[in-house]
Design a protein around this ligand. Structure first.
Ligand code: FES
Length: 118
């Protein structure tokens, strides 16, 4: 009797992820940020000279509005208590922990899309 292998559940957090439209490209001007709700997630979008970044919009500390944070040197600083995260990775710069989820981004036909779960 042959038993089928168990399905690979190593990455359950990736289940349900897909590209979703967030807003029109022009709604995020150069060096600006906006906040949008995508499904059940508050997302902060940042347009920087090199690319657009998307990050969980609620700070891991106490839920501060990340999209309102100051951006410098590839990092955003939460306006509430100053926790700072790398835009590309979501790593908190003091303790080097990956605290904020980041999402892949792309622009398609004048829209910004992010790769995000349900
Ligand atoms: S809520 Fe962001 S630093 Fe406290």
């Amino acid at each position: 009797m042959h038993h089928s292998p168990q399905p690979n559940n190593e990455s359950p957090s990736r289940d349900g992820y897909s590209w979703r439209r967030v807003c029109e490209s022009e709604q995020v001007p150069e060096n600006a940020a906006i906040e949008r709700i995508v499904g059940r997630t508050v997302v902060a979008l940042f347009r920087q000279p090199e690319r657009i970044y998307a990050m969980d919009g609620m700070c891991s500390h106490q839920g501060g509005p990340i999209a309102q944070g100051r951006v410098e040197h590839g990092c955003v600083t939460c306006p509430w208590h100053g926790w700072q995260y790398e835009l590309e990775t979501g790593i908190q710069t003091i303790n080097r922990q990956s605290l904020q989820e980041c999402f892949d981004t792309r622009e398609v036909d004048g829209w910004i899309e992010i790769f995000i779960g349900e």
